[in-house]
Design a protein around this ligand. Structure first.
Ligand SMILES: NC(=O)c1ccc[n+]([C@@H]2O[C@H](COP(=O)([O-])OP(=O)(O)OC[C@H]3O[C@@H](n4cnc5c(N)ncnc54)[C@H](O)[C@@H]3O)[C@@H](O)[C@H]2O)c1
Ligand SMILES: [Zn+2]
Length: 392
């Protein structure tokens, strides 16, 4: 006897839109970007806002809370700040347990946030990820305004559609895809960042230029002396262009919520993630990405996709920016004779799901996806990189 089944096909589309602003003096009452953002949908209402600040940012900008209150007072018909800013520890510490997410959920409940209220979070990528996850999961989504304060957060981590915290020894294991209400970048925040962090964030700009925009890569080469000393207008342009290219990819790749196996914006990242773990996070993410990119550029040469001069140009740019292209761990093998970093490939595949997909270069500005990495070519790529260091 056949079973009588009936399938109703559900289908609908949702379109997303959010502004990513680049400004200076964001809490100067004369700067109307924040007020206009909050009043986007309801011009004449007073909007309720909870402020969360990264502990590293509040230590460097001790009067930030008072400044925000003055701003809210100057725009009192549009903005109501609910209570004192919530300060959370900066960096990965805030993502390593559910503690701070739970605390934020409690505060949202006590302060009476509803789905039309705003969570305004100011901080590095880690705090944005953690607070974004808390906002996305309270009331099934409270409006989130991000104010990123590091180079990496302004040009990459803070402008996209993801959030999350680490769990079960896996990075970003708990998280959601949830576009923000707005992202407001103020380049002045970068001033108080450690030099090492300023440099590290530039690796993401090199990355996206290499796979998407040869002209931007050339601009970075021509302006590397300005970027190396963090000249403000060069930094501002580098951040803006990098953010734009990330945004364009999310909007036009056809896979904003990463259902597929390819992730071109993770160019250079399989080895980078592994190096971060192998060094017990002694390397900053961007520092590891620079090495990962140099390695995959060397592989692109060994696989005869990319001319060897391009590999040299890429390494020269990193070095001009003060970023190393090699690391001692690259050449080290385990008991099985395979390179230690090689397990990073399977971990990367698992993280993305599906078939292994790694981006390589066919020229500066153009990537190509491949699905297999040969042990032999990888060893030659490592040798090419290490030789470069010996030659220097
Ligand atoms: N959601 C995404 O799409 C995405 C993408 C890439 C990276 N990320 C995440 O971003 C995180 C890394 O972010 P990050 O590189 O911005 O570093 P971070 O958030 O770890 O911050 C680094 C340090 O700088 C401090 N800090 C931040 N801004 C400062 C300022 N203006 N002045 C002084 N100190 C300041 C912080 O307190 C912290 O101690 C990782 O957790 C990573 O997983 C997320
Ligand atoms: Zn990255």
């Amino acid at each position: 006897m056949s079973v009588d089944s009936h399938i109703v096909r559900q289908q609908f589309r949702v379109s997303y839109e959010y502004p990513v602003a680049f400004t200076e003096g964001i809490f100067d009452p004369k700067n109307l970007i924040l007020r206009d953002t909050v009043t986007t949908h309801e011009k004449s209402r007073r909007h309720r806002v909870v402020v969360i600040i990264d502990g590293g940012v509040s230590a460097s900008w001790p009067d930030l809370g008072a400044k925000i209150n003055r701003y809210a007072l100057a725009h009192g018909t549009s903005i109501e700040i609910l209570g004192e800013p919530i300060i959370v520890p900066g960096g990965e510490a805030c993502k390593n347990s559910t503690k701070f997410v739970d605390e934020l959920h409690g505060e949202f409940a006590i302060r009476g946030l509803d789905r039309h209220s705003f969570v305004l979070v100011i901080g590095g990528g880690a705090v944005l990820d953690m607070a974004g996850y808390a906002a996305a999961t309270a009331h099934r989504g409270i409006r989130l305004i991000r104010i990123p304060t590091t180079v990496l957060a302004q040009n990459d981590a803070g402008v996209g559609v993801k959030n999350g915290i680490n769990a079960f020894e896996s990075k970003n294991y708990l998280g959601t895809f949830c576009p923000p209400f707005a992202v407001l970048n103020d380049v002045h925040f970068i001033d108080t960042l450690e030099e090492r962090d300023k440099r590290a964030g530039m690796a993401e700009a090199v990355k996206v230029a290499l796979i998407r925009d040869a002209e931007f890569f050339e601009w970075m080469c021509e302006n590397s002396h300005l970027l190396a000393r963090f000249e403000r207008s060069a930094m501002a342009y580098m951040i803006r262009r990098c953010a734009e290219l990330h945004l364009r990819h999310i909007a036009t790749s056809g896979d904003p919520f990463e259902y597929g196996s390819a992730r071109p914006l993770d160019f250079g990242h399989w080895a980078a993630h592994k190096l971060e773990v192998l060094t017990d996070h002694g390397l900053r993410h961007g520092e590891a990405v620079a090495i990962g990119i140099a390695l995959d550029s060397a592989y692109s040469v060994e696989a005869e996709f990319l001319p060897a001069e391009d590999f040299d140009t890429i390494c020269n740019l990193f070095e001009d920016l003060g970023l190393a292209c090699t690391h001692d761990l690259l050449g080290q093998s385990g008991d099985d004779g395979r390179l230690l970093i090689q397990t990073g490939l399977e971990e990367f595949r698992q993280h993305l799901g599906g078939e292994l997909t790694v981006t390589m270069l066919t020229s500066i500005g153009t990537g190509i996806e491949i699905h297999q990495i040969s042990d032999h070519l990888l060893q030659r790529s490592v040798a090419r990189l290490l030789q470069r260091r010996q030659a220097a």
